[in-house]
Design a protein around this ligand. Structure first.
Ligand SMILES: Nc1ncnc2c1ncn2[C@@H]1O[C@H](COP(=O)(O)OP(=O)(O)OP(=O)(O)O)[C@@H](O)[C@H]1O
Ligand SMILES: [Mg+2]
Length: 149
């Protein structure tokens, strides 16, 4: 178990292009500014599973990489446009894989003191429920997790 600093020195926010995630990023930016914490803004793209199904052929590796990169770029560009990051030391990180696992592992490996996520995201889950990424990260992450409505 790593040491968690409080007030936080390193904050991680996960974004998926949803309004909730943008609000989470705005909260994270405010907290980072107030505490002089550095901020990591991460988006994880899950490779589309259907492409490996019985129908059709998978795209070439380059076509797939290009598509995922452009999806991530859109999400990261939007957060820089929509969130006030003035005076915040931040970095944008893009990953490919399972979002909950990657966010949790990043938290463990990079001395993250606080994870901030939207309570829901871009999925079509019932609005009364906490999203599956938020739910799984709050169970797995070694640091406190804050969910923004
Ligand atoms: N791919 C992702 N990369 C980074 N952060 C993410 C990702 N997906 C979700 N998050 C974070 O988790 C929050 C909750 O989203 P989550 O995916 O858990 O809910 P949902 O999309 O409503 O439901 P579900 O995906 O389970 O159908 C988002 O607001 C965002 O902060
Ligand atoms: Mg989701």
């Amino acid at each position: 178990m790593t040491t968690t600093h409080w007030p936080p020195q390193h904050i991680l926010v996960g974004i998926d292009g949803s309004d909730q995630a943008t609000r989470a990023a705005a909260t994270a930016a405010d907290m980072a500014r107030t505490n002089g914490a550095r901020l990591t803004i991460m988006t994880v793209v899950r490779p589309p599973e259907g492409w490996w199904g019985i129908v059709g052929t998978p795209p070439t590796a380059t076509a797939m990489a290009r598509m995922l990169e452009s999806a991530q770029r859109d999400v990261l560009d939007a957060v820089e446009a929509d969130v006030d990051l003035t005076d915040v030391v931040y970095e944008l990180v893009e990953e490919i894989g399972d979002p909950a696992a990657i966010l949790s592992n990043y938290t463990l490996d990079n001395d993250v003191d606080l994870v901030i996520l939207g309570r829901q995201g871009a999925g079509l889950l019932e609005r009364i429920m906490i999203g599956s990424v938020a739910n799984r990260v709050s169970h797995k992450a070694p640091s406190p997790v804050m969910l923004v409505p």
